[in-house]
Design a binder for this molecule. Sequence first.
Ligand SMILES: O=C[C@H](O)COP(=O)(O)O
Length: 249
Amino acid sequence: MRRKLAAGNWKMNGTGGSLAELSALAESHAGPAAEILICPPATLLSRAADTVRGSAVAIGGQDCHANAAGAHTGDLSAAMLKDAGAAAVILGHSERRADHGETDAQICAKAGAAIAEGLTAVVCIGETLAEREAGDTLKIAGSQLAGSVPASATGANTVIAYEPVWAIGTGKVPTLAQIAEVHDFLRAELSARFGAAAADGFRLLYGGSVKPSNASEIFAVSNVDGALVGGASLRAADFSPIITALEAS
Ligand SMILES: O=C[C@H](O)COP(=O)(O)O
């Protein structure tokens, strides 16, 4: 049985004052039925980890380098994230693919490094609007999944987040049938690669304009094991009802 996961990606948002939102979240979900993960900017990782210590909320990074150490100005290794208190790391988010030109091969190497360090790799994939309109959604999902997920991945160390690029921060959400089509496809692709039993262990998150108002219907979709939430994860008042909806699903 897969444990549901509510993951929040704060992206490039948040300073010290934002930690009050984390405290509020931890207090209102003391014994959650779902796993809760918040990925703040790297500048807040240590303080966020201190803030949630002893609670049910885990902390994650938003990227890591594939190498363990060295001359990579501005980058952080998986070991550094772990040292700062992270239990997981988001990799291959579409904003990193677009802003930093990250390729599937680079994301795969980062995920392998994160897994080797004991972090959960949250690997993101998803099509652009042009790709969807060209009828290439499943082709893109399949190739990004195959290229970005390392051979060392298991359901215990890797989570897949399906995030259609056109749904991120736009208020546009795919139909429930469109979400189901991709998630069912991803499960089948994982099954073909890792075998049915192993594939069954991977959590598949949906991401893109998830809000308290649409969370319940999305969580009822086949093979949706949780969400990767951006804007609505910044405030406990918004993220909390999403967690509650996931717990009830
Ligand atoms: O990582 C999170 C996603 O990019 C979703 O962002 P959003 O909930 O603001 O649309």
